[in-house]
Design a protein around this ligand. Structure first.
Ligand SMILES: O=C(O)CCC(=O)C(=O)O
Length: 353
């Protein structure tokens, strides 16, 4: 499965069907999308080739930003993880081990050398992680896709390969108010070596005419309590679809600091780990737009205002259940993170761009 259910989730998601996808797609996925017209009309262009990246997004469902995140920030996040590995008894950070959810403080030992391990929501504990999620070009790009700044829904941190079979994220990550308003970034926390179980994806497989919709039971396109479909059947369905449509997979061998962003409907997997001594340190963030983030996560009614990290116009809210959790060492570091109040002027700037 792609993730744990968001911990603060308070309501059962209703059954979502193919119409919830096709009726709600962002502009760029609709047949009428005019990418060149859109870029030509922008009063200001970013420093990267936005036009090319938007075309890649539409045709391939994936874009890559090389050298996006500074090594300094990554090293601070890695120090946080090292700290967690020795002080795990002090932390309620969610850990998924081979599909089973637990919290760090319930472990007997930290599963440092195991594959198929994820840390959940590190952006709520590590300022360095939150700032990596909100890196500049990634946020600029997402704001063009979503037509509104992005907000973090969840993050997953991997020390070694995930070996996750082929999947698409939205059946598991579906708290956003409009299902297709989702994307994920994959940041290399080290240069990825052959044999370590790199990420694999199917470029172009994100188009609904290629992927179709897997039926989890009674026409539901997301996984729920009543699902008759399973993640392994889902993987099989997607592998067969991609083969049928002749989609050749690509494997991602990034350098430390490179970021790949995938579309909410892009099939991808963690390949098998062939060299078990190798680490594969990586960090995934799932985003929606600030417009479609669930209200309970934003929690604007909280007395001190929204809690989190706010940078480059985007938001990494701390989940309310983690407000009082012990934080990792980088949390109080003096980065350039603006205060929460700045968020709204930055949102306005982004929208008026
Ligand atoms: O990094 C990986 O191996 C897979 C990550 C993934 O599929 C996900 O987070 O949805």
């Amino acid at each position: 499965m792609a993730c744990e259910l968001l911990r603060g989730m308070t309501q059962i998601t209703p059954i979502l069907t193919a119409r919830d996808w096709t009726d709600n797609m962002p502009w760029i996925d609709r047949p009428s999308a005019d990418i060149d017209g859109y870029v030509d009309a922008l009063p200001k262009r970013p420093n990267y080739d936005l036009r090319q990246k938007l075309h890649d997004w539409r045709s391939r469902g994936v874009v890559i930003f090389e050298r996006e995140v500074s090594h300094r920030l990554i090293d601070d996040m890695l120090s946080d993880i090292n700290y967690l590995q020795t002080h795990f008894k002090d932390y309620d950070i969610g850990v998924e081990i081979k599909g089973e959810q637990m919290t760090a403080n319930a472990l007997d030992e930290f599963p440092e050398s195991m594959t198929r391990v994820k840390l959940n929501h590190l952006h709520c504990y590590s300022r360095a992680a939150a700032e990596i999620s909100l890196s500049h070009n990634v946020q600029d790009f997402l704001s063009h896709i979503f037509q509104s700044p992005a907000a973090v829904l969840q993050s997953l941190t991997f020390w070694r390969g995930s070996e996750q079979p082929t999947h698409i994220d939205y059946p598991y990550v579906n708290q956003q108010k409009k299902l297709p308003y989702m994307a994920a970034s994959w940041t290399a926390l080290e240069s990825i070596k052959r044999g370590s179980g790199p990420l694999l994806y199917f470029p172009g497989g994100h188009k609904v005419e290629t992927s179709g919709f897997y039926d989890w039971g009674d026409g539901a396109i997301t996984m729920g309590e009543a699902s008759t479909g399973t993640p392994l059947q889902f993987a099989d369905y997607l592998d067969k679809k991609m083969a049928e449509k002749g989609i050749e997979p690509e494997v991602f061998y990034p350098k430390k600091g490179d970021v790949l962003i995938w579309h909410a409907n892009l099939p991808h997997q963690g390949t098998a780990v062939k060299k078990h001594k190798l680490t594969r340190k990586s960090y995934v963030t799932h985003f929606t737009s600030t417009e479609h983030v669930p209200d309970w996560l934003k929690n604007e009614s909280y007395a001190d205002g929204p809690v989190g990290t706010f940078l480059n116009g985007a938001a990494a809210y701390v989940e309310p259940s983690m407000y009082n959790s012990k934080k990792l060492p980088s949390w109080d570091k003096d980065y350039l993170t603006p205060k929460a109040g700045d968020l709204f002027s930055r949102l306005k700037d982004t929208l008026n761009r």
